[in-house]
Design a protein. Structure first.
Length: 169
């Protein structure tokens, strides 16, 4: 099999499973995220037929595949769900959890497409909930990404942003 064939097979079986419920992993301890990262690293090694101790992360195989590391994949998934919910492309129950920030008086931030971040009582579970995590991540995005006009342009600019953040390029 060629590298492209192997890549499509691995993508179909491994990365789709990694992404299936990864939005539930926001705020999980690093040791759990690292376990999932090792699965992604192993998948990259399979594609490139790399040896057991070959370097995968950093400027290695993941970057060459244009794959986001697991923490950025989790953020990508949550922000994509947020964008779709805000633009009536996602489930209505998610849109109900997101509230646009409306300042009490006219401020410069009035036109920045910010979301209200509800207060949570529990650091372990409350801050990990979609209604808290999604607005926090959304508000940290650059305005140009939040202003994207379509899902396609949002995904492209978000992946570029997270890729640069992950690999500092």
């Amino acid at each position: 099999l060629s590298i492209e064939d192997t890549k499509s097979i691995v993508h179909a079986y491994v990365t789709s499973k990694l992404d299936q419920n990864n939005s539930l992993l926001i705020g999980c301890p690093d040791y759990l995220i690292n376990r999932i990262q090792r699965v992604q690293n192993a998948a990259a090694k399979v594609i490139f037929r790399a040896k057991k101790h070959d370097h995968v992360t950093g400027h290695g195989l993941l970057r060459e595949l244009h794959w986001l590391p697991v923490p950025q994949r989790i953020i990508f998934k949550i922000l994509l769900l947020t964008f779709k919910a805000l633009h009536d492309e996602g489930p209505p129950y998610l849109k109900e959890l997101l509230i646009w920030h409306v300042p009490k008086r006219t401020l410069r931030s009035s036109n920045e497409l910010l979301l209200d971040i509800p207060k949570s009582r529990l650091k372990t579970y409350g801050d990990r909930s979609f209604c808290v995590a999604a607005p926090r991540l959304w508000n940290n995005l650059p305005l140009t990404i939040r202003q994207s006009s379509s899902t396609g342009s949002f995904k492209q600019s978000l992946k570029t942003y997270l890729f640069k953040e992950a690999y500092s390029c």
